[in-house]
Design a protein around this ligand. Structure first.
Ligand code: SF4
Ligand code: SF4
Length: 446
């Protein structure tokens, strides 16, 4: 079975939602569309209060004044109706973000010309990338990096391999699993379109072995295409880019490097589907499929949800139980805990979890058991990193391999002393960034 060194297997908690076919969540009366739904340059609104908008219309575009605007992704209206506010609103990342608020007229009137079917066979690489960029597509596994940027490697870094990530290793989440079961042919077409944009010859779909039925469906859909559908050992974080690349190709991405350094690009299966829709019908990203689950809901589900839908609306559909102590957007390992339910679903929201049994641990000093070292998929020393951070010793932090940590949470999960290692890692990275900024300011001042 293909796999990577390190990692561990948490209880996957997928049993309650995996049998739930994708259904459409009723569209709310209002949607809130933040100008930040991706990694990169924020968008600026292209509409103002009182404007009428159509479904699929651009309401936010990368700031034209920003020289790095290529690394950004447009925002489109996810309902038709009227702009009722352009103002900062609560956001899943924490601080309020400038958002376009739309009152839904219930008509779903698309922008003229969108959704006209095209044969993508006639599109060359540049045309496919243009459609992906126009559609505002980002990585939908949670990373939310603009897809057209990922598909534009520098000329000296050719890509020969594309991997579709169907691992879905985070507990509770089953939305990718359902997409693979229900829309396998479109996912395969999406992978072929991605391959065309970068001229890649080796194509893989990596799936954890607890989703063998999805792998079988994809194998049938991929027959005769040369795509290898591979099962990987069920282990967290099998779906992390670098770990999936090692498992499927044996190539190791250098520390602090990108997959393109080893000629690989990785995309989530939901992203491939969005690419296929953009290439075939110019459909912008106005909705996504997510899982709502956890012991705090009576009716777990996999839902197609319009972007901008408040998570309260998602939770209401899932019938919340009393005693919910934690709401998480994404999976429980790398997701973002929320302290309010009026934040919207954004492009990277793969799950809404309501947990009653969220533990409130008191943590202790490190007992040097080494479990975090065994679990770390990056071969780091999480114990030493956390001790340096806890001591607030910036020189000691700089001497660790903290920048190789991608905050998967595995070390904190296995730690018997319940040390908040990822919290310390975030703190340590922020301290290093602060020191770097101070050094640059001193150099600039001469
Ligand atoms: S959070 Fe970082 S240090 Fe901890 S296991 Fe994951 S990669 Fe390793
Ligand atoms: S698992 Fe926790 S207690 Fe054990 S070595 Fe790592 S940080 Fe220390």
């Amino acid at each position: 079975m293909r796999t990577f060194p390190g990692g561990f297997h948490p209880h996957d908690h997928k049993e309650r939602s995996k049998g739930q076919a994708i259904r459409c969540l009723p569209v709310p009366a209002q949607v809130v569309l933040p100008m930040v739904q991706h990694i990169g340059v924020p968008c600026v609104p292209t509409v103002k209060k009182g404007d009428a908008v159509c479904l699929g219309q651009v309401v936010g575009t990368p700031d034209p004044e920003n020289p790095r605007r290529f690394v950004s992704a447009r925002v489109h209206a996810s309902v038709s109706g009227e702009v009722v506010a352009v103002e900062p609103r609560p956001h899943p990342f924490g601080s309020p973000v400038l958002s376009v608020v739309l009152q839904n007229d219930g008509q779903d009137t698309w922008v003229d010309g969108l959704l006209d079917e095209t044969d993508p066979g006639g599109l060359d690489a540049a045309a496919i990338k243009d459609r992906i960029q126009a559609a505002g597509i980002v990585g939908m596994g949670g990373a939310a990096f603009p897809t057209h940027v990922k598909l534009s490697p520098p000329p000296d870094k050719p890509i020969d391999t594309v991997i579709l990530n169907g691992a879905e290793c985070e507990p509770y989440l089953t939305c990718d699993y359902r997409l693979m079961l229900e829309q396998a042919e479109e996912i395969v077409e999406g992978l072929q379109l991605i391959a065309r944009t970068v001229d890649a010859k080796h194509l893989y779909i990596g799936i954890e072995a607890n989703k063998r039925d999805a792998a079988d469906v994809l194998r049938r859909a991929a027959e005769g295409t040369g795509i290898a559908v591979e099962l990987c050992r069920v282990k967290y974080p099998q779906g992390a880019e670098k770990q999936l690349i090692v498992a499927l190709t044996g190539r190791r991405v250098p520390a602090v490097g990108l997959p393109l350094e080893v000629g690989v690009v990785v995309h989530n299966v939901a992203t491939a589907l969005a690419i296929r829709q953009a290439a075939c019908s110019n459909r912008p990203l106005v909705d996504r499929v997510l899982t709502v689950a956890g012991d705090g809901v009576k009716r777990p589900a996999n839902l197609r949800v319009r972007l901008g839908t408040p998570i309260r609306h998602v939770l209401d559909d899932a019938r919340p139980r009393d005693g919910v102590r934690k709401i998480v957007l994404g999976g429980p390992m790398m997701g973002l805990a929320q302290h309010r339910t009026d934040v919207p679903v954004i492009k990277g929201t793969s799950g809404v979890l309501a947990l009653r049994a969220a533990p409130t641990h008191t943590w202790r000093a490190c007992i040097s058991c080494g479990r975090c070292v065994d679990a770390c998929p990056m071969n780091l020393l999480p114990n030493e990193i956390s001790i340096a951070c806890e001591a607030r010793d910036v020189d000691a932090i700089a001497a660790t391999t903290i920048l190789d940590c991608f905050e998967c949470g595995g070390c904190a999960y296995v730690c018997p002393a319940k040390r908040p290692i990822v919290h310390w890692v975030k703190f340590g990275k922020a301290e290093l960034a602060k020191r770097r900024a101070e050094q640059q300011a001193r150099q600039a001042a001469g």
